[in-house]
Design a protein around this ligand. Sequence first.
Ligand SMILES: *[C@@H]1O[C@H](CO)[C@@H](O)[C@H](O)[C@H]1NC(C)=O
Ligand SMILES: *[C@@H]1O[C@H](CO)[C@@H](O)[C@H](O)[C@H]1NC(C)=O
Ligand SMILES: *[C@@H]1O[C@H](CO)[C@@H](O)[C@H](O)[C@H]1NC(C)=O
Ligand SMILES: *[C@@H]1O[C@H](CO)[C@@H](O)[C@H](O)[C@H]1NC(C)=O
Ligand SMILES: *[C@@H]1O[C@H](CO)[C@@H](O)[C@H](O)[C@H]1NC(C)=O
Ligand SMILES: *[C@@H]1O[C@H](CO)[C@@H](O)[C@H](O)[C@H]1NC(C)=O
Ligand SMILES: *[C@@H]1O[C@H](CO)[C@@H](O)[C@H](O)[C@H]1NC(C)=O
Ligand SMILES: *[C@@H]1O[C@H](CO)[C@@H](O)[C@H](O)[C@H]1NC(C)=O
Length: 524
Amino acid sequence: NFPNSIFELQNLTSLRLSSTDLSGRLDFHQFAKFKNLKYLDLSQNSLLSINFDSTADYFLPPNLKYLNLSSCNINSFPKFLAPLEDLVALDLSHNSICGSIPQWFHEKLLHSWNNISYINLSFNKLQGDLPIPPNGIQYFLVSNNELTGNIPSAICNASSLNILNLAHNNLTGQILQCLATFPSLLALDLQMNNLYGNILWNFSKGNALETIKLNSNQLDGPLPRSLAHCTNLEVLDLADNNIEDTFPHWLESLQELQVLSLRSNKFHGVITCFGAKHPFPRLRIFDVSNNNFSGPLPASYIKNFRGMVSVNDNQTGLKYMGNQDFYNDSVVVVMKSPYMKLDRILTIFTTIDLSNNMFEGELPKVIGQLHSLKGLNLSHNAITGTIPRSFGNLRNLEWLDLSWNRLKGEIPVALINLNFLAVLNLSQNRLEGIIPTGGQFNTFGNDSYGGNPMLCGFPLSKSCNKDEDWPPHSTYLHEESGFGWKAVAVGYACGLVFGMLLGYNVFMTGKPQWLARLVEGVLN
Ligand SMILES: *[C@@H]1O[C@H](CO)[C@@H](O)[C@H](O)[C@H]1NC(C)=O
Ligand SMILES: *[C@@H]1O[C@H](CO)[C@@H](O)[C@H](O)[C@H]1NC(C)=O
Ligand SMILES: *[C@@H]1O[C@H](CO)[C@@H](O)[C@H](O)[C@H]1NC(C)=O
Ligand SMILES: *[C@@H]1O[C@H](CO)[C@@H](O)[C@H](O)[C@H]1NC(C)=O
Ligand SMILES: *[C@@H]1O[C@H](CO)[C@@H](O)[C@H](O)[C@H]1NC(C)=O
Ligand SMILES: *[C@@H]1O[C@H](CO)[C@@H](O)[C@H](O)[C@H]1NC(C)=O
Ligand SMILES: *[C@@H]1O[C@H](CO)[C@@H](O)[C@H](O)[C@H]1NC(C)=O
Ligand SMILES: *[C@@H]1O[C@H](CO)[C@@H](O)[C@H](O)[C@H]1NC(C)=O
């Protein structure tokens, strides 16, 4: 039970009771007894029932500087904040506060709380206008609400912002240029709003931006060349807008860029290398799907995606991108549609999605060098030629979609080496011959191969005519994999989910042989 004896400690200055298992009932007005309280954290106490009277305004010691009431089941905007004189940090996130933000809060923010540096109102149901972040504030987080209207131009005064997160609201209007000039802004997240207009901003040289997320708005026009000034940029997500431009090859010299998503825009033209010696050296998520790119697949880039080549066997634990106290980098990837949102991006997650464009020409063999690649989607293009054997080296691949192209020839037997492959789609091509057996191939249904009238064998109902001259694949398989019939069992064991989980586990332990041993143990 919550120890009410705490309230006898009248000179208390700091009380941090976050994430406890305390239960019972806590009358919030008791905190008025602490005349000197400066720091109060009651966040995330799921068992504690905190009794707020959010209409009363005399509860808290006026000198309180830090207040964290995240996840406290508050459902209306707390009036007891109004008498506070010098708030520095306020967290009301993850409650169900609804309605518009009261006028006195806007006023306090702009005129009284001169030292305020952190405001977190995210994950509520706030409506109406966006509060104006005051000059001097560093963290302004109001994502996942129902705020409407424009981003007010007064935001330009908040030039010391480090993180501005207005994502997942209904904000409209143009995005103000001044945001590109804030010298210490690390993350600008305006995704999932109704913002429109172009983004021809002047990103200043030496800016600090690591994350720019403007996806799922209605932005148009070309991209500003000054984006190349964002030399610390790690995540650039412009997906689901109407941006019309050629491929921004002038971003290839960004040494830190790990996530580039241009999905579902009006990009067009050929993707060619601009001339950097090592273009996009750290890129791990490359998504240009649903555009109008043409010409050959960008082999010159692919062979330089060094961020996708090496499998880091020295991974002691999984790491996520971003400074997790203030901001988790997120991205939406298409993995076996519908869209999957990664709320946090694992630093080992690597995908290439070039689907739904007009790429033509052959599959470059160098793709086979991207050993840590987890997903490859080249579907809905006009790719010709055969599937290179080198694809069998993509040992970490979990999904491979080559459907709706003009691929011919046989499916390379080497693909049975892809032990983590959970989704394979080769349908609507001109592939021929016998479908390999063994490994994950024993788990794929006939919808992986539809629309290739010359393919035969399991799982298709068309059997291969023994009189024809197909190479004897099944004996070949035994010698090549060294697994024999047990490889077949591995295939049956790893379904979609299991296979993917196993993939991550192997990364963690750094011992791929572990899988083989586990399966042998089970079988014996
Ligand atoms: C609080 O502090 C004041 C002076 O600093 C002291 O006189 C008083 O005894 C303290 N109260 C308690 C309950 O410790
Ligand atoms: C910016 O701040 C200055 C000084 O605090 C103030 O005079 C001005 O009105 C503010 N600008 C806007 C657009 O609010
Ligand atoms: C895509 O580009 C081709 C020319 O390369 C053009 O004919 C076509 O209209 C474009 N499609 C769209 C949807 O913009
Ligand atoms: C793993 O990496 C750390 C630092 O990055 C290094 O100190 C350690 O020696 C490495 N371990 C192995 C087994 O390579
Ligand atoms: C980031 O994710 C972690 C783990 O889910 C969570 O503890 C942390 O609060 C998140 N940070 C933010 C700013 O949402
Ligand atoms: C590949 O991309 C297409 C079109 O963008 C999509 O429909 C399909 O689901 C994707 N395949 C996989 C396996 O994610
Ligand atoms: C492969 O793609 C085709 C056509 O896009 C679709 O009908 C089929 O369900 C897909 N198969 C798998 C296994 O995703
Ligand atoms: C695919 O499999 C389903 C049932 O699993 C079957 O009804 C269908 O005829 C098969 N299609 C082909 C082309 O083999």
